[in-house]
Write a protein that binds this ligand. Structure first.
Ligand code: CA
Ligand code: CA
Length: 275
């Protein structure tokens, strides 16, 4: 019954769109003019990411992947995420701190990108790594040193550049837990801080990551958001039962062997949520 199916989907979409605000965009990327200062990464050509309309140009520091979903990452296994910076000019000294829920993820390690290790081996600065499993934090601190010729090493980039990594031990299953960038407002001394070569503070937009090793049934595509994509997936399998053409077990939200209005309603009732 394609017509009734379409009507049902349209009804639910209209219902949820009318009652829920759009979910926020996790990432904001934009371009900046690179400087000719000491170290320049990237180019003035097209960025690798499309800038969403809601963002403004500026420095961002973010966790990648933004959404790490993997059912095979069971308790006892390790999860490593990467920390990037983008759109920054003359970055000189920096520190970042990633915090996780200690009942789900235990901080066990952190590291800097080989770029910074090279800088250190050349005597241009040094880094410190602190891991506090009790507090669930990976903390990485870099300070550069003025060179004999007066040059202060710095980083200028308008494409994402990796600062380092943070590694956590998985303690239990979760539908969603954040990997949170602790800001300077939260921790003025050991939060995430960026300074340029004039020792001027660089403001930034932080973007947390998320980890899940268990899928919520109403998040069909497992992006930790319940949105139009999930509704559309039910729409494509609407009317199917286990084993029939079009059957997608993910679309059977309540696991009763058929994809019907109940599955749509379950998604609608969670619509707009981040898991
Ligand atoms: Ca989803
Ligand atoms: Ca069902």
């Amino acid at each position: 019954m394609p017509s009734s199916k379409a009507l049902l989907v349209l009804f639910c979409i209209t219902l949820v769109l009318a009652t829920e605000p759009p979910t926020s965009v996790r990432h904001a990327y934009s371009t900046a003019t690179p400087s000719d200062y000491s170290v320049t990464i990237g180019s003035t050509e097209s960025p690798r990411f499309t800038a969403p309309t809601s963002s403004s140009p500026g420095t961002s520091i973010f966790v990648q992947p933004a959404v790490l979903t993997n059912a095979s990452l069971t308790p006892g296994m390790n999860v490593t995420v990467r920390v990037f910076i983008n759109n920054v000019t003359k970055l000189d000294a920096w520190e970042y701190k990633i915090k996780a829920d200690t009942s789900v993820l235990k901080a066990i390690d952190a590291d800097v990108t080989p770029y910074w290790e090279t800088q250190q081996s050349q005597g241009k600065g040094s880094y410190i790594i602190q891991v506090n499993a009790t507090q669930g934090t990976d903390f990485v601190y870099w300070v550069s040193l003025r060179q004999p010729n007066g040059v202060i090493p710095s980083l200028t980039t308008n494409v994402p550049f990796q600062l380092g990594t943070a590694t956590f031990r998985v303690l239990k299953t979760t539908e969603d837990t954040p990997l949170h960038i602790v800001t300077y407002q939260e921790d003025p001394h050991f939060g995430t801080l960026l300074y340029d070569t004039s020792l001027t503070f660089i403001d930034y937009t932080p973007q947390d990551g998320a980890f899940a090793n268990l899928r919520a049934p109403w998040d069909l595509n497992w992006d930790l958001k319940v949105d139009i994509v999930d509704l559309a997936m039910v729409g494509r399998s609407f009317g199917a039962t286990s084993g029939t053409p079009g059957w997608d077990p993910r679309a059977d939200v309540n696991s009763d062997g058929k994809v019907d209005i109940i599955d749509l309603v379950l998604i609608a009732s969670h619509f707009g949520q981040t898991i």
